[in-house]
Design a protein around this ligand. Structure first.
Ligand SMILES: NC(=O)c1ccc[n+]([C@@H]2O[C@H](COP(=O)([O-])OP(=O)(O)OC[C@H]3O[C@@H](n4cnc5c(N)ncnc54)[C@H](O)[C@@H]3O)[C@@H](O)[C@H]2O)c1
Length: 372
C-alpha cells in the first residue's frame, strides 16, 4: 500500500490518499478515524455501482457502528445535473444526517463530483471520503477536491473545491469495469505521463491496452505513481489561481479541443475518446507552432496507438465546419478576453502554456498532420 498526504490552506489535518489492492476494505476503520463522533454515514453511488461495490462498502460502515444509508443516483454523465444534486442533498436531510456525520462516495467521476458537491453544500459542508471505482476516478477525478455538476450551458459550471478527507484507491474495484471505462482512464493516464514523467510514460506503454493491464499487482504501482504526479501538480495551486502560468491548469492538456469535440458530438463521443483526440490536437498545435520538434505529432500518435487509444482527430473534425468549432472553443470556460490558455508540449514531460485565439487553434488544426 502507498500512502500520500497533502495539505490544504483551510484544513488543520492533512488529507490522505491510500493506494493499494484491498485498501477499500478498511473503509469502516478509516471513517471512524476521520469522524470519531459520527453516528451516520451516507453513501452516494450510482445504479450500476450500488450492487457491485457500494452495498458491500455500506455493510463495512455498518459493521464499524455507523447508521448507514445508500443513495444510488442514475448512472452516467447526463445525470450529473443540479436536479440530481438536489435529490442527494434532500435524501441526506431525510436520512437525518448532521454536520458531524460523513458522506462516502463510491463510484466513478460522476458520483465523486456529485457527492463531493453535495457534501460541500449540505449544512455548509460535511466531511467526505472517496472510494473511486473507475480507472479515471482512481488516477484523476477522486484526487484534488474539484466537485461539480453540469448545466445546459456547459460541463462542470456549478461546482466548488471541497477536498475529501480520505481517498481509498483500490484497484480491486476495477474488476467489474466495462471496456469503454478502461479506455477513458487510459487517456488521462497518458495525459499525466506526457505532462510530467517520460519514464512513467514508458511504463504505461508497456502495460496499458495489453492483457496485463488487468493484472492488478502490475497496475497498482502505476496508479500510485499517477496519484503522486497529480498531487504534486495540484498541491502548489489547489484553487487553480492562475491558468496562464501553468500549475493545476496544465491538467487541461487535451481537454480544450477534447471538450469541443465532445460537445459537437452532442456528448455521444465518450470523454476519454475525446481527450485522446484532444491530445493529438495538442501535439499538432505544438509542432505546427514550432514549439515541439518535427515529427512530434507522429510520436504522440504512435504512443496513443500503442495503448489502444483512438487517433481519428481529422475524421472527428471533418464532421463540423470551422464556424461551429470556433464557436464552441470560444465558449471555453477558461477563456480570458479573446484567447484561451492552451496547454502545448515542447516534448514529452515539457508542458508549455500558450495563449491562443480560437481562430488560431482552428487554423493550426485544419492544416492537418505535418508531413514527415
Ligand atoms: N473532479 C475532478 O477533478 C475530475 C477530473 C476528471 C474527470 N472528472 C469527471 O469525471 C466524470 C467521468 O468519470 P468516469 O469516467 O469515472 O465516469 P462515470 O462515473 O460515469 O463512470 C463510467 C461508467 O462506469 C460505471 N462504473 C463505475 N465504476 C464501475 C465498476 N467498478 N464496475 C462497473 N461499472 C462501473 C458507471 O456506472 C458508469 O456507467 C466526468 O463527469 C468528468 O467531468 C472530474
Amino acid at each position: 500500500m502507498t500512502r500520500f498526504t497533502f495539505s490544504t490552506p483551510n484544513r488543520a489535518r492533512g488529507i490522505a490518499v491510500e493506494v493499494g489492492r484491498g485498501v477499500s476494505q478498511s473503509v469502516g476503520a478509516v471513517a471512524r478515524r476521520v469522524r470519531p463522533a459520527a453516528r451516520r454515514a451516507f453513501v452516494v453511488t450510482d445504479t450500476n455501482v450500488a450492487p457491485l461495490h457500494a452495498d458491500e462498502v455500506a455493510a463495512r460502515l455498518s459493521a464499524a457502528g455507523f447508521a448507514t444509508a445508500v443513495h444510488p443516483i442514475p448512472a452516467g454523465e447526463p445525470n450529473k445535473t443540479p436536479k440530481t444534486l438536489v435529490s442527494v442533498v434532500r435524501a441526506m436531510v431525510r436520512a437525518g444526517l448532521s454536520r458531524r456525520d460523513l458522506v462516502v462516495a463510491v463510484g466513478g467521476g460522476v458520483v465523486g463530483d456529485v457527492a463531493g458537491l453535495a457534501a460541500a453544500l449540505f449544512m455548509r459542508g460535511v466531511v467526505w471520503i472517496g472510494v473511486p471505482t473507475t480507472l479515471l476516478a482512481q488516477v484523476d477525478a477522486s484526487v484534488g477536491g474539484k466537485t461539480a455538476v453540469d448545466l445546459p450551458e456547459g460541463k462542470n459550471l456549478l461546482g466548488a473545491f471541497w477536498v475529501p478527507d480520505h481517498v481509498l484507491v483500490d484497484p480491486d474495484r476495477l474488476g467489474t469495469l466495462p471496456d469503454e471505462a478502461w479506455l477513458c482512464g487510459r487517456a488521462e493516464m497518458v495525459k499525466h505521463g506526457l505532462l510530467f514523467d517520460p519514464a512513467h510514460l514508458a511504463d504505461l506503454r508497456g502495460l496499458l491496452g495489453s492483457p496485463g493491464e488487468r493484472d492488478f499487482d502490475r497496475l497498482a504501482p502505476l496508479i500510485a505513481r499517477q496519484v503522486e504526479l497529480k498531487l504534486s501538480c495540484i498541491q502548489p495551486d489547489l484553487f487553480e489561481s492562475n491558468p496562464g502560468r501553468g500549475g493545476r491548469a496544465l491538467l487541461n492538456l487535451g481537454h480544450t479541443v477534447g471538450h469541443a469535440i465532445e460537445t459537437l458530438s452532442g456528448h455521444r463521443m465518450q470523454h476519454g475518446r475525446a481527450v485522446a483526440l484532444g491530445i493529438v490536437a495538442a501535439a499538432r498545435v505544438s509542432e505546427r507552432r514550432g514549439i515541439a520538434p518535427p515529427g512530434f505529432e507522429s510520436r504522440v500518435r504512435a504512443l496513443l496507438g500503442d495503448v489502444g487509444l483512438p487517433l481519428g482527430l481529422d475524421e472527428a473534425l471533418a464532421a463540423h465546419g470551422d464556424r461551429a468549432l470556433r464557436e464552441v472553443l470560444s465558449s471555453d470556460k477558461k477563456r480570458q478576453d479573446h484567447t484561451i490558455p492552451y496547454i502545448a508540449l515542447r516534448d514529452f514531460g515539457r508542458p508549455e502554456v500558450l495563449s491562443l485565439a480560437p481562430d488560431e487553434i482552428v487554423d493550426l488544426l485544419r492544416q492537418g498532420p505535418p508531413a514527415r
